[in-house]
Write a protein that binds this ligand. Sequence first.
Ligand code: ATP
Ligand code: MG
Length: 229
Amino acid sequence: MARDFIITKEHRRFKEFATAVRKDKTIGICHGEAGVGKTLSARRYAHWDEVGTFVDEWGPRTEDDAKVHATAHRCRTIFYTPEVLPRHKQIMTDIQHLQMRVGSCVDEHLRAIGKVTGIRVGDVTKLVELVIIDEAERLTPTALELLRDEHDRHELAIIFIGMPGIDQRFRHYPQLYSRLGFSHNYRSLGRDELLFVLERQWRRLGATLDMDDFTDAQAVGLMQRRVTA
Ligand SMILES: Nc1ncnc2c1ncn2[C@@H]1O[C@H](COP(=O)(O)OP(=O)(O)OP(=O)(O)O)[C@@H](O)[C@H]1O
Ligand SMILES: [Mg+2]
Protein backbone atom coordinates (compact mmCIF):
# COMPACT_ATOMS: atom_id res chain seq x y z
CA MET A 1 0.00 0.00 0.00
CA ALA A 2 2.73 2.47 1.05
CA ARG A 3 4.22 2.49 -2.47
CA ASP A 4 0.94 3.42 -4.17
CA PHE A 5 -0.30 5.87 -1.58
CA ILE A 6 -0.82 9.37 -2.94
CA ILE A 7 -0.39 12.29 -0.55
CA THR A 8 -3.61 14.12 -1.30
CA LYS A 9 -4.79 17.40 0.20
CA GLU A 10 -7.35 15.45 2.22
CA HIS A 11 -4.61 13.24 3.63
CA ARG A 12 -2.71 16.36 4.71
CA ARG A 13 -5.87 17.67 6.40
CA PHE A 14 -6.37 14.32 8.13
CA LYS A 15 -2.77 14.41 9.38
CA GLU A 16 -3.28 17.89 10.85
CA PHE A 17 -6.53 16.77 12.47
CA ALA A 18 -4.97 13.62 13.99
CA THR A 19 -1.97 15.56 15.29
CA ALA A 20 -4.28 18.13 16.90
CA VAL A 21 -6.38 15.41 18.61
CA ARG A 22 -3.22 13.72 19.84
CA LYS A 23 -1.63 16.93 21.13
CA ASP A 24 -4.82 18.07 22.87
CA LYS A 25 -5.43 14.58 24.34
CA THR A 26 -9.00 14.85 23.24
CA ILE A 27 -11.59 12.84 21.26
CA GLY A 28 -12.10 13.42 17.53
CA ILE A 29 -14.52 12.12 14.94
CA CYS A 30 -13.61 11.74 11.28
CA HIS A 31 -16.52 11.16 8.92
CA GLY A 32 -16.77 10.91 5.16
CA GLU A 33 -18.42 9.05 2.30
CA ALA A 34 -17.47 5.45 1.49
CA GLY A 35 -14.22 5.02 -0.41
CA VAL A 36 -12.83 8.56 -0.01
CA GLY A 37 -9.66 7.32 1.71
CA LYS A 38 -10.33 7.57 5.47
CA THR A 39 -8.94 4.13 6.32
CA LEU A 40 -5.85 4.53 4.16
CA SER A 41 -5.07 7.96 5.63
CA ALA A 42 -5.42 6.68 9.19
CA ARG A 43 -3.25 3.62 8.53
CA ARG A 44 -0.67 5.85 6.92
CA TYR A 45 -0.71 8.25 9.89
CA ALA A 46 -0.13 5.32 12.29
CA HIS A 47 2.48 3.76 9.91
CA TRP A 48 0.33 0.68 10.39
CA ASP A 49 1.71 -1.27 7.42
CA GLU A 50 5.02 -1.27 9.25
CA VAL A 51 4.14 -1.09 12.97
CA GLY A 52 0.85 -3.06 12.77
CA THR A 53 2.46 -5.90 10.85
CA PHE A 54 5.34 -5.98 13.31
CA VAL A 55 3.14 -6.17 16.41
CA ASP A 56 0.85 -8.76 14.78
CA GLU A 57 3.75 -11.03 13.92
CA TRP A 58 5.76 -10.33 17.11
CA GLY A 59 8.43 -12.72 15.84
CA PRO A 60 11.97 -13.40 17.01
CA ARG A 61 14.18 -10.34 17.36
CA THR A 62 16.12 -9.20 14.33
CA GLU A 63 18.52 -6.38 13.50
CA ASP A 64 15.76 -4.47 11.71
CA ASP A 65 13.61 -4.13 14.86
CA ALA A 66 15.22 -0.83 15.84
CA LYS A 67 13.77 0.84 12.74
CA VAL A 68 10.23 -0.20 13.66
CA HIS A 69 10.78 0.82 17.30
CA ALA A 70 11.81 4.28 16.10
CA THR A 71 8.71 4.55 13.88
CA ALA A 72 6.46 3.47 16.77
CA HIS A 73 8.12 6.12 18.94
CA ARG A 74 7.51 8.83 16.34
CA CYS A 75 3.81 8.13 15.79
CA ARG A 76 2.74 6.60 19.14
CA THR A 77 -0.54 5.61 17.55
CA ILE A 78 -2.49 2.40 17.22
CA PHE A 79 -5.03 1.68 14.51
CA TYR A 80 -7.87 -0.68 15.35
CA THR A 81 -10.87 -2.02 13.43
CA PRO A 82 -13.54 -3.70 15.55
CA GLU A 83 -15.23 -6.82 14.20
CA VAL A 84 -18.81 -6.76 13.00
CA LEU A 85 -21.02 -7.22 16.09
CA PRO A 86 -18.07 -6.86 18.47
CA ARG A 87 -18.16 -7.86 22.14
CA HIS A 88 -17.15 -4.81 24.17
CA LYS A 89 -14.80 -6.80 26.44
CA GLN A 90 -13.01 -8.08 23.34
CA ILE A 91 -12.56 -4.53 22.00
CA MET A 92 -10.96 -3.38 25.23
CA THR A 93 -8.70 -6.47 25.39
CA ASP A 94 -7.64 -6.04 21.76
CA ILE A 95 -6.85 -2.35 22.24
CA GLN A 96 -4.90 -3.00 25.43
CA HIS A 97 -2.96 -5.73 23.67
CA LEU A 98 -1.98 -3.35 20.86
CA GLN A 99 -1.11 -0.62 23.38
CA MET A 100 1.17 -3.05 25.23
CA ARG A 101 2.99 -4.12 22.10
CA VAL A 102 3.35 -0.70 20.51
CA GLY A 103 4.23 0.71 23.94
CA SER A 104 6.97 -1.94 24.30
CA CYS A 105 8.39 -0.86 20.94
CA VAL A 106 8.47 2.78 22.10
CA ASP A 107 10.09 1.70 25.38
CA GLU A 108 12.78 -0.23 23.47
CA HIS A 109 13.51 2.86 21.39
CA LEU A 110 13.71 5.11 24.45
CA ARG A 111 16.18 2.66 26.00
CA ALA A 112 18.22 2.52 22.81
CA ILE A 113 18.64 6.30 22.82
CA GLY A 114 19.30 6.38 26.57
CA LYS A 115 16.13 8.25 27.59
CA VAL A 116 15.03 5.31 29.77
CA THR A 117 17.48 3.38 31.92
CA GLY A 118 17.21 0.66 34.58
CA ILE A 119 15.69 -2.77 34.33
CA ARG A 120 12.28 -1.90 35.71
CA VAL A 121 9.73 -1.54 32.93
CA GLY A 122 6.86 0.78 33.86
CA ASP A 123 3.40 0.80 32.33
CA VAL A 124 4.30 0.86 28.65
CA THR A 125 0.66 1.29 27.55
CA LYS A 126 0.95 4.95 28.65
CA LEU A 127 3.51 5.50 25.90
CA VAL A 128 0.76 5.20 23.29
CA GLU A 129 -0.86 8.60 22.83
CA LEU A 130 -3.55 8.03 20.21
CA VAL A 131 -5.98 5.23 19.40
CA ILE A 132 -7.68 5.39 15.99
CA ILE A 133 -10.82 3.28 15.72
CA ASP A 134 -12.04 2.61 12.20
CA GLU A 135 -15.61 1.52 11.31
CA ALA A 136 -16.72 3.15 14.55
CA GLU A 137 -20.42 2.66 13.80
CA ARG A 138 -19.86 -0.96 14.84
CA LEU A 139 -19.25 0.14 18.43
CA THR A 140 -22.05 -0.44 20.92
CA PRO A 141 -23.04 2.20 23.50
CA THR A 142 -21.24 0.14 26.19
CA ALA A 143 -18.04 0.05 24.13
CA LEU A 144 -18.24 3.83 23.62
CA GLU A 145 -18.70 4.29 27.36
CA LEU A 146 -15.70 2.06 28.15
CA LEU A 147 -13.56 3.99 25.69
CA ARG A 148 -14.72 7.29 27.13
CA ASP A 149 -13.70 6.00 30.56
CA GLU A 150 -10.29 5.00 29.21
CA HIS A 151 -9.91 8.52 27.79
CA ASP A 152 -10.80 10.09 31.16
CA ARG A 153 -8.52 7.88 33.23
CA HIS A 154 -5.42 7.99 31.05
CA GLU A 155 -5.93 11.13 28.95
CA LEU A 156 -5.83 8.86 25.94
CA ALA A 157 -6.59 10.63 22.67
CA ILE A 158 -9.12 8.77 20.52
CA ILE A 159 -10.27 9.19 16.92
CA PHE A 160 -13.45 7.50 15.73
CA ILE A 161 -13.72 7.03 11.97
CA GLY A 162 -17.08 6.42 10.32
CA MET A 163 -19.58 7.28 7.64
CA PRO A 164 -21.41 10.62 7.45
CA GLY A 165 -23.94 10.81 10.28
CA ILE A 166 -21.70 9.18 12.87
CA ASP A 167 -21.17 12.61 14.44
CA GLN A 168 -24.96 12.92 14.82
CA ARG A 169 -25.12 9.48 16.44
CA PHE A 170 -22.60 10.62 19.03
CA ARG A 171 -24.96 13.39 20.09
CA HIS A 172 -26.98 10.68 21.81
CA TYR A 173 -24.12 10.09 24.24
CA PRO A 174 -23.77 13.41 26.06
CA GLN A 175 -20.81 12.30 28.17
CA LEU A 176 -18.86 11.36 25.08
CA TYR A 177 -20.11 14.30 23.04
CA SER A 178 -19.04 16.81 25.70
CA ARG A 179 -15.47 15.51 25.41
CA LEU A 180 -15.36 15.87 21.66
CA GLY A 181 -12.52 18.17 20.65
CA PHE A 182 -12.65 18.00 16.85
CA SER A 183 -15.03 16.81 14.17
CA HIS A 184 -13.38 16.32 10.80
CA ASN A 185 -15.13 15.95 7.47
CA TYR A 186 -13.01 13.84 5.10
CA ARG A 187 -13.99 15.21 1.68
CA SER A 188 -13.73 13.56 -1.69
CA LEU A 189 -11.13 14.65 -4.27
CA GLY A 190 -11.55 17.96 -6.08
CA ARG A 191 -11.38 18.00 -9.92
CA ASP A 192 -7.70 18.97 -10.18
CA GLU A 193 -6.63 16.34 -7.73
CA LEU A 194 -8.86 13.71 -9.31
CA LEU A 195 -7.14 14.39 -12.64
CA PHE A 196 -3.74 14.15 -11.00
CA VAL A 197 -4.60 10.80 -9.38
CA LEU A 198 -6.16 9.41 -12.56
CA GLU A 199 -3.20 10.48 -14.69
CA ARG A 200 -0.87 8.61 -12.34
CA GLN A 201 -3.03 5.49 -12.32
CA TRP A 202 -3.46 5.60 -16.13
CA ARG A 203 0.30 5.83 -16.49
CA ARG A 204 0.82 2.87 -14.14
CA LEU A 205 -1.47 0.87 -16.40
CA GLY A 206 0.60 1.90 -19.39
CA ALA A 207 -1.95 4.32 -20.89
CA THR A 208 -2.10 8.11 -21.22
CA LEU A 209 -5.00 10.21 -20.04
CA ASP A 210 -5.97 12.70 -22.72
CA MET A 211 -8.66 15.19 -21.74
CA ASP A 212 -9.04 16.17 -25.42
CA ASP A 213 -10.15 12.62 -26.09
CA PHE A 214 -13.93 12.52 -25.69
CA THR A 215 -14.01 9.03 -24.11
CA ASP A 216 -11.35 9.91 -21.51
CA ALA A 217 -13.09 13.19 -20.66
CA GLN A 218 -16.39 11.34 -20.37
CA ALA A 219 -14.86 8.73 -18.03
CA VAL A 220 -13.35 11.45 -15.83
CA GLY A 221 -16.67 13.32 -15.74
CA LEU A 222 -18.44 10.16 -14.66
CA MET A 223 -15.97 9.50 -11.85
CA GLN A 224 -16.16 13.11 -10.73
CA ARG A 225 -19.95 12.91 -10.53
CA ARG A 226 -19.59 9.71 -8.48
CA VAL A 227 -17.09 11.16 -6.00
CA THR A 228 -18.98 14.42 -5.54
CA ALA A 229 -22.47 12.82 -5.49
N1 ATP B 1 -4.37 8.61 -0.81
C1 ATP B 1 -4.65 7.54 -1.58
N2 ATP B 1 -3.72 7.06 -2.43
C2 ATP B 1 -3.97 6.00 -3.21
N3 ATP B 1 -5.16 5.35 -3.25
C3 ATP B 1 -6.13 5.78 -2.43
C4 ATP B 1 -5.93 6.90 -1.56
N4 ATP B 1 -7.07 7.12 -0.87
C5 ATP B 1 -7.94 6.17 -1.28
N5 ATP B 1 -7.39 5.37 -2.21
C6 ATP B 1 -8.06 4.25 -2.92
O1 ATP B 1 -9.42 4.24 -2.53
C7 ATP B 1 -9.75 2.99 -1.91
C8 ATP B 1 -10.68 3.24 -0.75
O2 ATP B 1 -9.98 3.89 0.29
P1 ATP B 1 -10.35 3.65 1.83
O3 ATP B 1 -10.61 2.22 2.09
O4 ATP B 1 -9.30 4.32 2.65
O5 ATP B 1 -11.72 4.46 1.90
P2 ATP B 1 -12.68 4.69 3.17
O6 ATP B 1 -12.98 6.14 3.19
O7 ATP B 1 -12.05 4.09 4.38
O8 ATP B 1 -13.97 3.88 2.73
P3 ATP B 1 -15.09 3.19 3.68
O9 ATP B 1 -15.95 4.30 4.22
O10 ATP B 1 -15.83 2.31 2.72
O11 ATP B 1 -14.38 2.42 4.74
C9 ATP B 1 -8.43 2.37 -1.53
O12 ATP B 1 -8.46 0.96 -1.54
C10 ATP B 1 -7.48 2.90 -2.56
O13 ATP B 1 -7.51 2.09 -3.71
MG1 MG C 1 -12.68 2.59 5.64
